[in-house]
Design a protein around this ligand. Structure first.
Ligand code: HEC
Ligand code: HEC
Length: 188
C-alpha cells in the first residue's frame, strides 16, 4: 500500500511534466498578436487557426532566418529550434478558425467569387479556400490582411515570398484585389 501512495503522486507529476513539454514555446507571445488560439482580433495581423501545418512550418523558418521580413516579429523566433517551430505550427493548425463577424456586401462578395473562380485560385488553395500543404488558408482570414498581402505580392514581393503569387495576381487592379479580399474573408 505504501508503494501505491508514493507511486500515484509521482505518476501525476510525470504526467504534468509531459503536458508542459507539449505546450508550444513562446505561445503567449504569438497569441498576444495573433489572438486567442490564433484567431486574430487585429485585422492587420493574420489569423493562424486552421492554417496548414506545412505552410506555417515553412513561413516560420523563413521568418526566423530573416528571409521573410516581418518587422513586428523581429527576434520573436530567435533561439527556437526547427522542432520548436514544428510544435508551434502543429498547435495552430489544429485550432478551429472562428468566422469573421464583419458585414458582407453581397455585390462585392459576388464579384470576388466570380473573379476567384476565373483566376483559378482554388486549384492551389482548394475550391473551399482552406489551403493545403504549402498553400495557405484564405477562407475567413482578415480582409485587411488579405488585401495588404496581395498588393505586396503584386507590386513589390519582398524576399522569401513565392513568385507563384506574383504571377497569379498579374493584371489585377486594386478593385479586383478589394473584391477578392472581401469574398475570401467571408467565403462560406
Ligand atoms: C508583435 C506582433 C507579433 C508577434 C509577437 C508574433 N507575430 Fe506572427 N506575424 C505578425 C504580423 C504583423 C504578421 C504578418 C506580416 C505581413 O504583413 O506579412 C505575422 C505573420 C506570421 C505568420 C505568417 C502568416 C501568413 O498567413 O502569412 C506566421 C506563421 C506567424 N506570424 C507565426 C507567429 C508565431 C508562431 C508567433 C509566436 C512565436 C508569432 N507569429 C508572433 C505579428 C506578430
Ligand atoms: C499555383 C498555385 C497558386 C495559385 C493559382 C494561387 N495561389 Fe495564392 N498562394 C500560393 C502559395 C504557394 C502561397 C504561399 C506563398 C509564399 O510562400 O510566399 C500563396 C499565398 C497566397 C496569399 C497569402 C496568404 C497568407 O496567409 O499569407 C494570398 C492572399 C493568396 N495566395 C491569394 C490568392 C488568390 C486570390 C489567388 C487567385 C487570384 C491565388 N492566391 C492563386 C499558391 C497559389
Amino acid at each position: 500500500m505504501r508503494f501505491i501512495h508514493t507511486l500515484i503522486p509521482a505518476l501525476a507529476l510525470m504526467l504534468a511534466m509531459a503536458a508542459q513539454a507539449q505546450q508550444p514555446q513562446r505561445l503567449e507571445l504569438c497569441v498576444a498578436c495573433h489572438g486567442p488560439q490564433g484567431n486574430s482580433q487585429n485585422p492587420q495581423f493574420p489569423s493562424l487557426a486552421g492554417q496548414p501545418k506545412v505552410f506555417m512550418e515553412n513561413q516560420l523558418v523563413l521568418i526566423r532566418e530573416g528571409l521573410r521580413d516581418i518587422p513586428a516579429m523581429k527576434g520573436v523566433l530567435d533561439g527556437l529550434k526547427d522542432a520548436d517551430l514544428i510544435v508551434l505550427a502543429k498547435y495552430f493548425s489544429e485550432q478551429v478558425p472562428v468566422p469573421l463577424s464583419t458585414p458582407v456586401d453581397a455585390e462585392r462578395y459576388e464579384r470576388g467569387k466570380v473573379l476567384a473562380r476565373s483566376m483559378l485560385c482554388g486549384t492551389c488553395h482548394l475550391p473551399d479556400y482552406k489551403g493545403r500543404e504549402q498553400m495557405p488558408r484564405l477562407a475567413g482570414q482578415h480582409e485587411t490582411f488579405l488585401r495588404a498581402v496581395m498588393e505586396e505580392y503584386r507590386d513589390k514581393p519582398g524576399p522569401g515570398r513565392d513568385t507563384v503569387m506574383t504571377n497569379a495576381l498579374g493584371g489585377l487592379n486594386n478593385q479586383h484585389l478589394d473584391d477578392l479580399a472581401h469574398f475570401l474573408a467571408h467565403v462560406k
